[in-house]
Design a protein around this ligand. Structure first.
Ligand SMILES: [Zn+2]
Length: 131
């Protein structure tokens, strides 16, 4: 049996039986919440550059990853983010749920934040990929 530790960002201990394929990994962190948060955060910049759908022409490999959006509070609308990095809200479509964007909009309605950057329909249309 071989014990190895993945890079510090993974928070896991992995065991591999010599001569076998694959490994068994277990969380090693005493702080599982932090571990989950780290994995979701790192997933944005890894998974969202390989999987998902592209809505806008960004000249890169960014994608929107629907299933990761709720766990990442909307950050998984990564193609939207790359297309409009100054937008306060990444969920730009009606079906693109963005928990951070909902919170920002609520704070705006309460008068606690202002000058919230939003993208006009003209700018959205100008960068949209044709299907
Ligand atoms: Zn990116």
């Amino acid at each position: 049996m071989v014990l190895f530790v993945l890079p510090a960002t993974s928070n896991a201990l992995c065991f591999r039986v010599s001569g076998s394929r694959g490994a068994v990994c277990v969380p090693a962190s005493k702080k599982p919440k932090k571990m989950v948060l780290n994995h979701v955060t790192y997933s944005i910049n890894s998974l969202c550059h390989f999987f998902g759908r592209r809505r806008f022409d960004t000249g890169d490999h960014s994608h929107n990853l629907l299933w990761l959006a709720p766990f990442s509070f909307g950050e998984a609308w990564h193609n939207n983010h790359h297309a409009f990095p100054t937008s306060a809200i990444h969920g730009l479509g009606r079906r693109e749920i963005d928990l951070s964007g909902i919170m920002i909009s609520a704070l705006e309605r309460l008068g606690l934040v202002w000058d919230v950057q939003r993208i006009s329909p003209d700018r959205l249309a100008a960068k949209a990929l044709t299907r």
